[in-house]
Design a protein around this ligand. Sequence first.
Ligand code: ADE
Length: 242
Amino acid sequence: MRVDIVSIFPDYFTPLDLSLIGRARANDVLQLAVHDLRTWTHDVHRTVDDTPYGGGPGMVMRPEPWGEALDALAPAGAPPPRLLVPSPAGVPFTQAMAYELAAEPHLLFACGRYEGIDQRVLAHAASRMPVTEVSLGDYVLFGGEVAVLVILEAVTRLLPGVLGNAGSLDEESHAHGLLEAPIYTKPPSWRGHDVPEVLRSGDHGRIARWRREEGLLRTAARRPDLLAALPADQLDKRDIAA
Ligand code: ADE
């Protein structure tokens, strides 16, 4: 997968040399390039922002440098990337979207700062490529950079060959619309707290059932919205009994 990121703070992305994302880059599973938006400014101050039309606090990113950046990274005639613009006004980022993005050959992230990017940049880009404004959650960050780090980590771990044990993708939280059951390792007893007996029983049928039930209980307690959204055919009789 090819990924381009445009930001006025390219240094935010130095952690992408580390750990499993760093290895995915070294193995060429991920071809990542970070670009400084100011490359596409032409004035001595390398200006990227201005005051908002209609008044109000803060500054807005001007369209011209963004237009040139997108022209350079998504040139006419080449297969268009999918443009992702992190914003608290975007659609919620979910594990389902992470899977969708992991299937794309080329992602282009535009990191807004200040109050955001002039909306005409997105309107113009949408005539050339799919554009998604995406939100990490119902809170406001300083800018899109940290959101891109989060999205990229969620996507990269789904790329073939990145996780050592792809089976872990099948059991983790959100894999089937439920939260994952609690997990334990050795020792069997620690500070008066014991590992549940069932997990030490060696009975794989019982263990699978226990995990399913714990996942359901946790989801009901912490994320009733997920449980309500679960299609009826994903529950079986034993779930309802539990
Ligand atoms: N930029 C600012 N706040 C954000 C959020 N909640 N999600 C994504 N990008 C953002």
